[in-house]
Design a protein around this ligand. Structure first.
Ligand code: 5GP
Ligand code: ZN
Length: 113
């Protein structure tokens, strides 16, 4: 979608520190990390939020979690958090579905979710 930062990152129009990429997904480091490791995993398809998911997206969302698992394994993460913010009230700032993968020195271990 035009004017969507994450679509622009997916197309390479805005640079990012790429961690993983396949046909459907892209993972890159968060520009403002909230933990020692903070990766964002996005669908290349523009989906605004979990609210906008449809039945047809079920497989893609499965792939999103499996990508998180793969990245976590590659980075030897013992434990980690996966976070999806939904809507402004839920802390979502970028309106393109993304999964936060966070590990080590959590900001929010001191501020429980
Ligand atoms: P949200 O609050 O929508 O769940 O998370 C959006 C995340 O995207 C934030 O953690 C923010 O730091 C990150 N972010 C926003 N703009 C950019 C950008 O241009 N590049 C990267 N790498 N991360 C971004
Ligand atoms: Zn988008």
């Amino acid at each position: 979608m035009e004017d969507c930062i994450f679509c622009k990152i997916a197309k390479g129009e805005i640079p990012s520190e790429k961690v993983f990429e396949n046909e459907n997904l892209l993972a890159f480091n968060d520009i403002n990390p909230k933990a020692k490791v903070h990766v964002l995993i996005i669908t290349k398809k523009h989906i605004e939020s979990v609210k906008h998911l449809e039945e047809i997206d079920a497989k893609l969302i499965g792939e999103l979690f499996l990508a998180a698992q793969k990245i976590a394994k590659e980075k030897n993460m013992e434990g980690y958090k996966l976070v999806v913010n939904v809507g402004r009230e839920g802390g979502q700032v970028v309106d393109h579905l993304h999964l936060h993968l966070l590990s080590g020195d959590f900001w929010f271990n001191k501020h429980q979710l």
